[in-house]
Every structure is written in structure tokens, then in C-alpha cells.
Design a protein around this ligand. Structure first.
Ligand code: 4AD
Ligand code: MG
Length: 431
């Protein structure tokens, strides 16, 4: 008899097989018992018939509680009513553990209860689907970058300097070396990597002590930073666009069952795989003001502005060429207008907000230094970063994708906290 995963059931109709997993749900009616069985790869309805299973085993099976673990033997068949689905006729049941009364599922639960039971909640269908989508997106990003000649270059998490300003830094005492910080982005280190490998990326957790209690902010999230030598602002945006479109196609090709569980509007997602729109920050502000926003030319986009900008757009929108005062110190000045920098945000449609931040980098030593001085940054911890502009400096660009922001959009999930196994937010560190 063969051990099987639910996902492979279609190739084994009519054969006796063995499945190992958990009880998602159970009900009985007379001589029939229906177990919704799951094994991580999928779900199947398993049916036991008392005269076939025998009185004793049938009664044992009836006592199974939600989430009990078990091994089922049975024969997969086409589902009698549902086209394209399968059922298992149970021939034998071996209980591994009768689960204690399961806290989730009997009634509607509030988010706080679910988050406190996150270690169990991840088993629910919707969470299962999001986690699988997360894996696919992660995989697609890696595939795309590898195909484009990017090498993985792991940047450190403990750092002596800030990447994205000092207001959201987590700090800690580092032995006798003074304060160290948890990385906000591996970008600065990636810039060293391109001088060795040409094109590099990292993919890991980053940390921001964000005081924002919104549905888009985590204090620990995963970022993929990519960086490439001899790539300018224009090409940088092309790479971002191709990457996102590649991910959309990969998700549509591989995750339709997950998207169905999530009730994601698949057509809307499909339409986002078309040329992205572009606007300068100046144009965006003009557009927003005409629509009634009170945003001014020197200021960042608010969440509501991002919604307004993408309203009616099927594709993501690049907002580029930002006022230098509201962007990070490392962005390259715009040669056509020195008050601007060659930075871009990429805003997802359907109101999901910013998913990427990127820019061409300042590659001139003295320009960078004077920008840092103007911002009163300490120079010493960044000496290594300045060095890169002394030893064979080249034009270069990069960007950072917020993995959970991307998953939130692609899965159509309302709140970012469901897109990472264990969300960290200002008011939550458990479990
Ligand atoms: O725009 P950000 O701050 O850019 C950087 O950190 C650059 N150093 C990246 C680079 O050029 N290599 O962050 C990048 C992305 C944002 O677009 C957003 O998607 C996500 O990271 N992000 C967050 N996601 C969840 N929670 C937060 N608190 C986030 N802050 C940023
Ligand atoms: Mg940003």
C-alpha cells in the first residue's frame, strides 16, 4: 500500500492508500461518518460506512475531536457530487492522538483572540492559503533574480549604523562596542556586494520601531533588497516592473486553489500584469490636489493619497523623482533638478499602498558626504559606505520589496498581520 499526500490523490483512484494528517472537521449521520481530513498539502472528505468499517472502529472514529491526528487507510474515488473533487472511502483508521478541545472554530472569533492563538490559527484554511502564497511569492522572487544574474548576498542584521533614518531604530547594547541597531534594510551592505559580484540581493527580516498602528505596518517584516552596478534609475524601475509581473504570473500559474480559498478576485490580479503607470511626485501632488487632497509639494504621500492615486488604475503606479528632503540620504540627485532625487515608490492598485521603495544611489563621494553633513549624520559609522565612492565608484541602483505588503495585496488580505507566521506589532510579541 502506498503512503500518499492529498495533493497526489488524483493519480491513485481505486487503489488502497494511506494518508497521515489531522481532522479539520467531522460529522456523522446514521451509519455514515464524514471526516474532513487535511495533511498540509490539501483537504479531502473521507467517508466511513459502519458496516464496512466494523462497529468498534466506527464508534472509535466517531469520538475523534477537531485537530486529532490520525492515519487513514482508504480508497480514493471521484466525488459523487462535486466535479473535479475526490473522496476517500475509509477502510481503516488509526488514531495518533485525540486532540484536547480545540479553541478555534466553534464560533466567530475576534482578531485579538486569533492572534493570541496564532500558533494554532495558522492551521485554518485561509491562513494555510496565505502561507502557501507567501512561499510561492518568495520562490518566484528568488527564481526571477537568479534568472537575471543576481547573487544572494546576506547582509547583517546587527549593524553599527542606520539605513532608513533614526526614528524607527531598535537599539541594543553591543558588549563594549556601544550601541548597535537591528537592520532596517540591508541596502547599504548590498552596495558593497555589487562591487564584488555585480548584481546582488538579500532576503531576510528587517526591523522598524514603527509607532504606526495601521494595517500596513509590522515592526519585524521581510524585505528583499536588490542592488545592481551600472543600472540607472530608468533601468531600476524596469527591473522592479518585470519582477512584480513575473510574480503575478507565477502566482496565477501555481496558486489558483489558494486564491480561491481567499476569494481573491483573480481577474483583477491578472490585469495588473500589464505595463505599469508612472508619475513624478510633482504630477502626483497636482493630481491629488485636483481630487481634493490637501497634500503639498514638499510632503510624503499619506495612506489616503495612495488610495486616491491608484483608484481606477488596474496596474501598479511608480511615483518617481521625489523632493530630496523627504527621501533618504543615499539617493542620487536628479541631474535635471537638484532639489529632487532619482527615487521611486511603487504603489499597488486596489488601495494596498506602497510595496517597493527604490532609487539610483549617490555615487559621488563629496556629494554624498555633504548630504550626510547637511542631515547631521555621524560620519564615522558610515566610513565604509563612503569608501565605496572612492575605490571604483560606478552608477548603481536598487530597491527593496516589502514581502508582507506584496502578499497583502496579492492575497487581497485586509490586514498585513495575517501574511507572516508570527506578526510583530507595537502591542504584540506573543506567541
Ligand atoms: O521604502 P523603504 O523604507 O526602503 C528601504 O528600506 C530601502 N533601503 C530599500 C532599498 O532600496 N533596498 O522600505 C521598502 C519596503 C516598502 O516599500 C514597504 O513595502 C516595506 O518595505 N515596508 C514595510 N512593510 C511592513 N511594515 C513596515 N513597517 C514597513 N516599512 C516598509
Ligand atoms: Mg518607502
Amino acid at each position: 500500500m502506498c503512503d500518499l499526500f492529498v495533493k497526489d490523490i488524483a493519480g491513485h483512484l481505486g487503489e488502497e492508500v494511506r494518508l497521515k494528517g489531522w481532522v479539520r472537521n467531522i460529522r456523522s449521520s446514521g451509519k455514515l461518518l464524514f471526516i474532513i481530513f487535511r495533511d498540509g498539502t490539501g483537504e479531502i472528505q473521507a467517508v466511513a460506512f459502519k458496516p464496512e468499517l466494523g462497529e468498534e472502529l466506527f464508534e472509535t472514529a466517531k469520538k475523534l475531536s477537531l485537530e486529532s491526528s490520525l492515519i487513514l487507510k482508504g480508497i480514493p474515488r471521484k466525488h459523487q457530487k462535486l466535479e473535479g473533487e475526490y473522496e476517500l472511502s475509509i477502510t481503516s483508521i488509526e488514531v495518533i492522538q485525540y486532540a484536547a478541545e480545540y479553541p478555534i472554530g466553534k464560533k466567530e472569533h475576534g482578531p485579538d483572540f486569533l492572534l493570541s492563538n496564532r500558533h494554532l490559527w495558522i492551521r485554518s484554511s485561509k491562513q494555510w492559503a496565505i502561507l502557501r502564497l507567501r512561499h510561492r511569492i518568495y520562490y518566484a522572487i528568488t527564481e526571477y533574480l537568479h534568472s537575471q544574474g543576481f547573487f544572494r548576498f546576506d547582509s547583517p542584521i546587527l549593524t553599527p549604523n542606520a539605513c532608513e533614518g533614526t526614528t524607527t531604530l531598535f537599539e541594543l547594547e553591543y558588549f563594549d562596542e556601544g550601541l548597535a541597531y537591528l537592520s532596517q534594510s540591508g541596502q547599504l551592505y548590498l552596495e558593497t556586494g555589487i562591487m564584488s559580484l555585480g548584481r546582488v540581493y538579500d532576503f531576510g527580516p528587517v526591523f522598524r520601531a514603527e509607532r504606526s498602528k495601521t494595517r500596513k505596518h509590522l515592526t519585524e517584516f521581510w524585505m528583499m533588497d536588490a542592488e545592481a552596478a551600472f543600472v540607472d534609475h530608468e533601468e531600476n524601475m524596469q527591473i522592479q516592473e518585470e519582477l512584480i509581473r513575473y510574480i503575478i504570473r507565477s502566482v496565477l500559474e501555481n496558486c489558483l486553489p489558494e486564491l480561491n480559498v481567499l476569494e481573491r478576485d483573480i481577474d483583477t490580479l491578472r490585469k495588473a500584469d500589464a505595463p505599469f503607470k508612472r508619475m513624478t511626485h510633482y504630477e502626483a501632488v497636482e493630481y491629488l490636489r485636483a481630487k481634493g487632497s490637501e497634500i503639498t509639494h514638499g510632503s510624503d504621500l499619506g495612506a489616503q493619497d495612495e488610495v486616491l492615486l491608484t483608484e481606477g488604475s488596474e496596474v501598479p503606479i511608480f511615483i518617481e523623482r521625489w523632493p530630496k528632503e523627504i527621501k533618504a540620504f543615499y539617493m542620487k540627485r536628479d541631474p535635471e533638478n537638484p532639489s529632487l532625487v532619482l527615487g521611486n515608490d511603487l504603489i499597488a492598485p486596489e488601495g494596498f499602498g506602497e510595496i517597493i521603495g527604490g532609487s539610483q544611489r549617490e555615487d559621488d563621494h563629496d556629494m554624498l558626504l555633504s548630504r550626510m553633513q547637511a542631515e547631521n549624520m555621524p560620519i564615522e559609522p558610515y566610513q565604509w559606505f563612503l569608501d565605496l565612492r572612492k575605490y571604483g565608484s560606478v552608477p548603481h541602483s536598487g530597491f527593496g520589496v516589502g514581502l508582507e505588503r506584496l502578499i497583502t495585496w496579492m492575497s487581497g488580505t485586509r490586514h498585513i498581520r495575517e501574511t507572516i507566521p508570527f506578526p510583530r506589532m507595537i502591542y504584540r510579541i506573543y506567541p
